[in-house]
Design a protein around this ligand. Structure first.
Ligand code: ATP
Ligand code: MG
Length: 402
C-alpha cells in the first residue's frame, strides 16, 4: 500500500474505527498490477471521517463517500454500507451504514472485487475472491440473477473485467447475463460508455464478441448484431486484437466495420473531439493509401492534422496488416522534419495579407488561401511571403475580374 493509504487507515484506526483498502486496488495488488486508485472502506461515518482529516471534500456524502486529500493526491474513503433496494436497476433507493465489513463486501459486484486489506488484519476475503483470482474467473458475489437485477450495468462490467484481466466468466454468472441482457436498457448511456470504453481498450477487445453472445449487443451497440449474424465478425475481431490499444484507434476500427461511427459515438455521449477524430479516421480507411504520393499524403495530413497522424497509421495497420503504414510513416516523418507546409495555419501569407492585397471580404479569401496551400503542398519552396504575394495577386485579379 502507498504511504498515504497506510496513513489514512492508521489515523482512522487510532480514532477507534476499522479501516481497510478495498475493491479494485486489492484485486490489482494481488495480481501484481498497479492499481489505478486506492479506495478505503471504514466503520467511521462521514462526519467522523471529516473530523479526523483536515482536508476533505464531500464527493458522495449521501452514499457515505468523503474524499481525503493528502498532499496532491486524493483518496475516496467510504463508510461501510449496505445498498438499499434498487428500484430501477440503476440506483439504490437508499443506502444504510453498517458496522460490518463483510456486509459492505457483500454489496460489491464480483468476488475478486469484494476483498479488503490492512496491515493488521491482512486480507479479508469472505466470498472466495483469491480462489477466483487464481482460476481467472469473474463470479458474482451471491446470486447472479439477483445481483444483475439490482444493477444491470454489472453485466457489462463482468465482460469488461474478463477482457481487462484475461479472465473467464463463471457459468452461472454468464447464464444470468444471457437471461437478463435486455434489462441493460435502463442503464444510462454514460455508464454504458465508460464500461464499453474500458472493454474496447483492454488487452482482449475481441471479447466484444461476448456482447453478441449474451444478447447485450442489441441494446448497447445494435450495429454489432448484423455483423455477427452475417458471419462477418472475424475480420473485426482480429483487427481489434491486433490494433494499438489507443482509444481513438480501437473505436475507429470498431466503427469501420459496423458503420455509423457518428451515430454510435453520439449515442454513447462521447465528447465532440473524440467523435470527430473517429469519424475522420473512418473516412480515411482505404487500402489505396499505401501508395499515395507525397503530395497526396500532405493533403490527407491537412485534413487529419498532426495530432491524429499516429492514430491514423495504427488504424491502417490494424485494418490492412502490421507494416501497411511503414512507408507512410517514413514520408510523413520526413515532411514534418523538413517543416514542409501542409496546413493553412503554416502558410507564409494569412487572410489579413490577402485582404490587404485587395481581395474582397468573404469566401473569396478562403478560396485564395486554399489555392495557395494547394500549390505550396506541391512545391514547398513556394512558401515565402515574397513568392506567394504575386501568385495571390494574380488569383485575386482573376477572381475579381470574373
Ligand atoms: P477499475 O480498475 O476500473 O477502477 P474497480 O474494480 O476499481 O476497477 P470501480 O468502478 O473503480 O472498479 O469500483 C471500485 C469498487 O467498487 C469495485 O471494485 C467494486 O467493489 C465496487 N463497485 C463498483 N461498481 C459497482 C457496481 N456497479 N456494483 C457493485 N459494486 C461495484
Ligand atoms: Mg477503481
Amino acid at each position: 500500500m502507498p504511504d498515504a493509504v497506510s496513513m489514512i487507515i492508521h489515523r482512522l484506526q487510532d480514532a477507534g474505527f476499522e479501516a481497510y483498502s478495498v475493491g479494485g486496488c486489492v484485486r490489482d495488488a494481488l495480481l501484481s498490477r498497479t492499481p489505478y486508485d486506492w479506495d478505503i472502506t471504514t466503520s467511521a461515518t462521514p462526519d467522523r471521517i471529516k473530523k479526523i482529516f483536515n482536508r476533505t471534500v464531500d464527493t458522495g456524502i449521501k452514499h457515505g463517500t468523503v474524499t481525503v486529500l493528502v498532499r496532491s493526491e486524493s483518496f475516496e474513503v467510504t463508510t461501510y454500507r449496505i445498498d438499499g433496494k434498487y428500484s430501477d436497476g440503476r440506483h439504490p433507493e437508499s443506502v444504510s451504514f453498517t458496522r460490518s465489513l463483510c456486509e459492505d463486501l457483500l454489496r460489491r459486484d464480483f468476488t475478486i472485487n469484494a476483498m479488503a486489506y490492512n496491515d493488521e488484519k491482512g486480507l479479508v476475503d469472505p466470498y472466495g475472491g483469491v480462489e477466483d483470482l487464481a482460476s481467472g474467473l469473474i463470479r458474482c458475489v451471491g446470486d447472479p440473477l439477483a445481483r444483475f437485477g439490482e444493477d444491470a450495468l454489472r453485466m457489462l462490467r463482468a465482460i469488461r473485467f474478463a477482457a481487462c484481466l484475461s479472465f473467464g466468466i463463471e457459468e452461472a454468472t454468464l447464464d444470468a447475463i444471457r437471461r437478463l441482457a435486455p434489462s441493460i436498457e435502463v442503464v444510462s448511456a454514460e455508464r454504458i460508455c465508460a464500461e464499453l470504453g474500458k472493454l474496447l481498450t483492454s488487452t482482449h477487445p475481441e471479447l466484444i464478441s461476448l456482447l453478441y453472445e449474451t444478447g447485450l449487443a442489441g441494446f448497447v451497440m445494435p450495429r454489432l448484431v448484423p455483423l455477427f449474424e452475417s458471419g462477418d465478425s472475424e475480420k473485426l475481431l482480429s483487427s481489434l486484437s491486433h490494433s494499438s490499444p489507443d482509444k481513438i484507434v480501437r473505436w475507429s476500427v470498431l466503427t469501420h466495420f459496423t458503420g455509423g461511427a457518428k451515430e454510435i459515438m453520439r449515442a454513447l455521449r462521447f465528447d465532440n473531439k473524440t467523435t470527430d477524430s473517429v469519424c475522420l479516421l473512418t473516412s480515411h480507411a482505404d487500402a489505396s493509401y499505401k501508395n499515395i504520393s507525397r503530395t497526396e499524403l500532405k493533403k490527407v495530413m491537412a485534413v487529419l492534422g498532426k495530432e491524429l497522424l499516429p492514430a491514423w497509421f495504427d488504424f491502417l495497420d490494424a485494418l490492412f496488416g502490421d507494416s501497411f503504414s511503414t512507408a507512410l510513416r517514413g514520408t510523413s516523418g520526413d515532411i514534418l522534419e523538413k517543416r514542409e507546409c501542409f496546413l493553412l495555419s503554416e502558410l507564409a501569407v494569412t487572410g489579413k495579407d490577402i485582404l490587404a492585397m485587395g481581395c474582397p471580404k468573404g469566401v473569396t479569401v478562403g478560396h485564395v488561401l486554399n489555392e495557395l496551400l494547394d500549390r505550396v503542398i506541391r512545391d514547398p519552396s513556394l512558401n515565402t511571403f515574397e513568392k506567394l504575394t504575386p501568385v495571390a495577386e494574380e488569383l485575386i485579379g482573376a477572381i475579381t475580374n470574373n
